[in-house]
Structures are given as structure tokens and as C-alpha cells.
Design a protein around this ligand. Structure first.
Ligand SMILES: Nc1ncnc2c1ncn2[C@@H]1O[C@H](COP(=O)(O)OS(=O)(=O)O)[C@@H](OP(=O)(O)O)[C@H]1O
Ligand SMILES: Nc1ncnc2c1ncn2[C@@H]1O[C@H](COP(=O)(O)OP(=O)(O)O)[C@@H](O)[C@H]1O
Length: 524
């Protein structure tokens, strides 16, 4: 520690930082006592956990719990950690600053993320109030106290970590596992609803199953981190399950059931955690008997094929009912509320393409067609955006990104309220487009149209004379000439314009929206 930090004393001097969603999820679990950890890990701890699933002292722990920070905070002695809105949650006393990045000595198993990390103990400052489902976000200590009060402290607890709906199949799995655990006595079912911090997500759908489970049953909400800063993408399934076991253990679980688990063999027990994690036995709907049974008791010819998550999503998107043998009515009703049919769902139609490719022209026609179908619509026209929302921004990469993020933010809000946003910026960078897609898809649907007019055609059109100027060097950083355009690999529709009329291009987009279910099949 430097002298500076000793002298700074009060909290006001510590810089303030809002951690990324993964670190924030870790922080909440540390603060609630759901993790047996007191802070963020050092380099040695994170590397040991990543490689061996153990801390250097031998304690089993499945995932690195680290705090990535931006360059400007890399030297901090202390840090006030806040929620995304800036309200302080905890103070970090930094014990080690480290760099996570490729290190040849670590080999492939080494930390995969790049960047600065801060390690150290965290001290609770004030309870979190942001985000959704606060009343359900009980700390393990509170749950244990409730159990004591109800006189249920001694009965075994089957924990179910649910990040997806409990359909009939999962409910049978849970009831069977609870009955087995109870034996001749009683067992509590504790459903840990795993939802993102910001939104209630699937929670109402999971909660709808309450009357279908035998008492005593209890629901709590928690956010289990989806990935790790120290590894690319999602956590490996076993590590994620072990993390669930640790959290469930803190809540008093005797056994953890991963309902509807996709990875691993059914009936298998994962050891190495503080409590066993069981991947439940498979159940099937017997079409001949008209009832659910353990899969091994059902003749394969009579086992109804289960719709997978994508098929369920498509049925909901089309406003069709889920089969009643598959989903209990009350669960289906909540699902339909959460995922209304596409004709009622908010939508962002996002055009991308070179200057002069035809984005504005097609977007105008599409907007008119959507309006005629009766939907509420906002056209975020490129020029208007640049004049108002993004006034003063240049065409540097940073400013283009800011421009696109602003458009994305507004589009996501329109989408959240069930409207349609039609946007038509160049949006040359794939990463920024992906960010916007992710932002919008949290609140509704996103449809990316690549107006793939070749540069030569755009340049020949040169409606505004900009290409000529760009070629003459009078406009720097001009997309396609002196600045990049990254072709989308994730377009939902690619349109060409050099070989068809404006009307045909507009009709093509409207037809795709109709085919996808966003517009009524029969245009009025
Ligand atoms: N350097 C440079 N590069 C590209 N385009 C330029 C540039 N300078 C001005 N213009 C004019 O600005 C319009 C593009 O603005 P966007 O907001 O859509 O661009 S971006 O998405 O932020 O990259 C674009 O309009 P459209 O032709 O409608 O695409 C141009 O007319
Ligand atoms: N099939 C088509 N779709 C869209 N625009 C077309 C088509 N065929 C020719 N054009 C012409 O191309 C130009 C595209 O300009 P604009 O819509 O302003 O492009 P952008 O918004 O991508 O800069 C217009 O003059 C338009 O009339």
C-alpha cells in the first residue's frame, strides 16, 4: 500500500466503479454470503481455480471470481463498487493488481481474458435496490432464519436451480426427486430462480409452477454468473453445476437438481461439490396411456417427442398454444405473457449498408408498409439522428460507435414498449451491431437487413456527390473508400438493389417480416 492510500482515509477518495454483469453477479453472491469467499481473487487463486478447480490452499472452487477493471483504475488502492446506476454496494480493499492475458507458461489452460484485474476483500456498504425481483433475492442467512421460524430447519432440502420454465417433464423430475429425498418424512423444495440482475426474466413463469409442487416449497431469486472473465464464453457445464452446488449449499440444500438439464447423462451425480448435484432421471409422455412416466417405462413408439426450446419459442412467436400435455396451463399462460406473439412484440428493423446503398429509401417504404399494418412505428432516419440525437459527432470509429449505440438504445426502448423501430445508419462495425442486437433482444426482436449494394454501384449513384469528394480526399474516413465496412455475417435478410426497383426491394423486406410473423399474413 502506498502512503497516499493511508492518508486518503474516507470513502470519498476511493474511485467509483460499476462492475460488468459477471463481476456484479459474483459481488452480490459474495455479499449475500452465497459464496464462501470474502472478495475477488488474486492471479494465483484465479489460475489455480481455472486449472485445477481448487484454490491454492486446496479448497474446491469451480470458477475464477475476478474483477476486471479499465486501465485508468488499474492502480487503485481502494474502489467503491456500485450497481449499474451508480449506487455504492461495497468497498474493495485492493490486495493485488494483476494482469490477465495470454502467458506462454500457462498454456491453453491459463486465463483467457485480457486486462487488468483487482483482487481483495470486499466490505458491504449498503443493500442493493436496483434491478428486478428484490423481494425474492433473499440472502442464504435470511432463508435459513425463515426455515428455523417455520420449524423446518431439520428437514432435507432439494434445491432446484431453474433458469428455464418448469414444464410437466421438469415438474415430474422435481416431484420424484423430492419424494425420494423425503423418504417417509418431509423434504423442502427450494427453487433458486436464476435470472439476470436487470430483469425478472423467466421468474414469473417459474413461479407459476408453485401450486404444482408439494409443500413445503420456497422460491428465491439469484443471479449466477453466465461466464467468466477468465475464460471465453459460457462456463463449462460441470463448473457451472458445481457453482450451483456451492450457492445451493449456502441456502441449506441437501441435494441439487438441475431440472431439464441439457448436459450430461440423466440420473448422473456430479461429485466434488459441497452437496451432490443430480441430473434428473428422464421422463416421457406416454401417448398411449395419456400420462407422464419415467422414460424407461415408456415404449419408444409411444413416447411423445418433446418440443425443444426453439420449437417452444416458435409456437409462442406464432401465437399458437403449447400442447397441454407438455406445459401446465398456468405455466403456459405466463410464458405467453412473457413471449407474446411476434405481431404484438416490439421489433427493431435495422438496415445496414454503404452510403447510397438504398437504406433510407427502402426503410421509408418499409416503414410505410408497417404503419399500414396498424403497428406503431418510429423511423430513426440517419440524417435526423445525426442532426439531433448525435449532433456534433464525427465519423471517427469512436463517434460512429457512439452514434450506433444511441440509435440502439432508443430502438431498444421503442421495442420494449411493443413498438417498431426502423433504423437506417451505415453501422459499419460488426461488434457494434452485435451490441445493438443484444441490447434490443433483451426487450424484443431484432431483424438485421443488409442492403448489399456493391461499392461501385453506390459510387456510380453518388446521390450526394460525397464519393467524388471522398475520392478527391476532401472527406476523410469515408466508408468504403478510406474507412472500413464490415459485411454482416448475421443478417436476417440480404437485399440487393442494383437489379430491382425500389418497390421490389421494399416488398422483399415486408414479405420477410410477414413470413417471420411480425406482420399479419394478409396485409390490410
Ligand atoms: N466519412 C463519412 N463516412 C460515411 N458517411 C459520411 C461521412 N461523412 C458524411 N457522411 C454522411 O453521413 C451519413 C452516414 O451517417 P451514419 O450515421 O449512418 O454513419 S455511421 O453509421 O455512424 O457510420 C451518410 O449518409 P447515407 O448516404 O444516408 O448513408 C453520408 O451521407
Ligand atoms: N432497389 C432499390 N432500392 C433502394 N434504392 C434504390 C434501388 N434502386 C435504385 N435505388 C436508388 O439508390 C439510391 C439510394 O439512396 P439512399 O436510400 O439515400 O441510400 P442510403 O440511405 O443507403 O445512403 C436512391 O437514389 C434510390 O432511388
Amino acid at each position: 500500500m502506498s502512503d497516499d492510500s493511508d492518508r486518503s482515509g474516507g470513502r470519498a477518495a476511493a474511485p467509483v466503479f460499476a462492475p460488468d454483469p459477471v463481476s456484479l453477479a459474483h459481488l452480490e453472491l459474495i455479499l449475500s454470503g452465497a459464496y464462501p469467499l470474502s472478495g475477488f481473487m488474486t492471479r494465483e487463486e484465479a489460475a489455480s481455480v481455472a486449472k485445477h478447480g481448487r484454490l491454492p490452499d486446496g479448497t474446491a472452487w469451480p470458477v475464477p471470481v475476478t474483477l476486471p477493471v479499465p486501465d485508468e483504475l488499474a492502480d487503485a488502492e481502494r474502489l467503491v463498487l456500485t450497481d449499474p446506476e451508480g449506487a455504492p454496494l461495497a468497498e474493495l480493499a485492493v490486495s493485488e493488481r494483476w494482469w490477465s492475458g495470454p502467458d506462454p507458461a500457462e498454456g491453453a489452460a491459463g486465463p483467457a481474458g485480457h486486462g487488468h484485474r483487482l483482487a481483495g476483500e470486499v466490505r458491504f456498504l449498503q443493500p442493493a435496490v436496483y434491478g428486478a425481483l428484490r423481494p425474492l433475492r433473499l440472502a442464504p442467512g435470511e432463508v435459513r432464519a425463515q426455515r428455523e421460524l417455520a420449524g423446518d430447519a431439520e428437514i432435507p432440502v432439494l434445491a432446484v436451480v431453474a433458469d428455464r420454465p418448469l414444464h410437466h417433464r421438469e415438474l415430474h423430475q422435481v416431484r420424484a426427486a423430492a419424494a425420494e429425498l423425503a423418504g417417509s418424512g418431509r423434504a423442502e423444495i427450494l427453487v433458486i430462480v436464476d435470472v439476470p440482475v436487470e430483469s425478472a426474466g423467466i421468474a414469473p413463469v417459474v413461479l407459476a409452477a408453485e401450486p404444482l409442487l408439494p409443500a413445503p416449497v420456497r422460491f428465491v431469486a439469484a443471479t449466477l454468473p453466465r461466464g467468466s472473465a477468465e475464460g471465453a464464453g459460457a462456463l463449462p457445464p460441470d463448473r457451472a453445476d458445481l457453482l450451483r452446488a456451492h450457492v445451493a449449499h449456502a441456502y441449506g440444500a441437501t441435494l441439487v437438481l438441475v431440472a431439464g438439464a441439457s448436459g450430461g447423462a440423466s440420473g448422473e451425480t456430479l461429485s466434488g461439490g459441497p452437496v451432490p448435484v443430480v441430473r434428473p432421471a428422464e421422463w416421457a409422455y406416454d401417448t398411449e396411456a395419456g400420462q407422464w412416466r419415467r422414460a424407461e417405462e415408456v415404449a419408444p413408439a409411444h413416447a411423445a417427442p418433446l418440443p425443444d426450446a426453439a420449437e417452444v419459442e416458435e409456437l409462442l412467436a406464432r401465437g399458437r398454444p403449447l400442447p397441454s400435455w407438455f406445459t401446465p396451463a398456468r405455466v403456459a399462460a405466463e410464458l405467453a405473457r412473457l413471449r407474446p406473439p411476434r405481431t404484438e412484440r416490439g421489433l427493431t428493423v435495422f438496415f445496414t449498408g454503404l452510403s447510397g446503398s438504398g437504406k433510407s429509401t427502402i426503410a421509408r417504404g418499409v416503414a410505410e408498409g408497417i404503419r399500414r399494418s396498424g403497428r406503431t412505428l418510429s423511423l430513426l432516419d440517419g440524417d435526423v439522428v445525426r442532426r439531433l440525437l448525435s449532433a456534433g459527432l464525427t465519423f471517427s470509429r469512436a463517434d460512429r460507435d457512439l452514434n450506433i449505440r444511441r440509435i440502439g438504445y432508443v430502438a431498444a426502448e421503442i421495442t420494449r414498449h411493443g413498438g417498431v423501430a426502423v433504423c437506417a445508419p451505415i453501422a459499419p462495425y460488426a461488434a457494434t451491431r452485435a451490441e445493438v442486437r443484444a441490447m434490443v433482444e433483451e426487450t424484443g426482436d431484432f431483424f438485421l437487413v443488409h442492403v448489399a449494394t456493391p461499392l461501385e454501384v453506390c459510387e456510380a449513384r453518388d446521390r450526394k456527390g460525397l464519393y467524388a469528394k471522398a475520392r478527391a480526399g476532401e472527406i476523410p474516413e469515408f466508408t468504403g473508400i478510406s474507412d472500413p465496412y464490415e459485411e454482416p455475417a448475421d443478417a436476417d435478410l440480404v437485399v440487393t438493389t442494383e437489379d430491382r426497383t425500389v418497390e421490389e426491394s421494399v416488398a422483399e423486406v415486408l414479405a420477410a417480416l410477414r413470413a417471420g410473423g411480425w406482420l399479419p399474413a394478409d396485409p390490410s
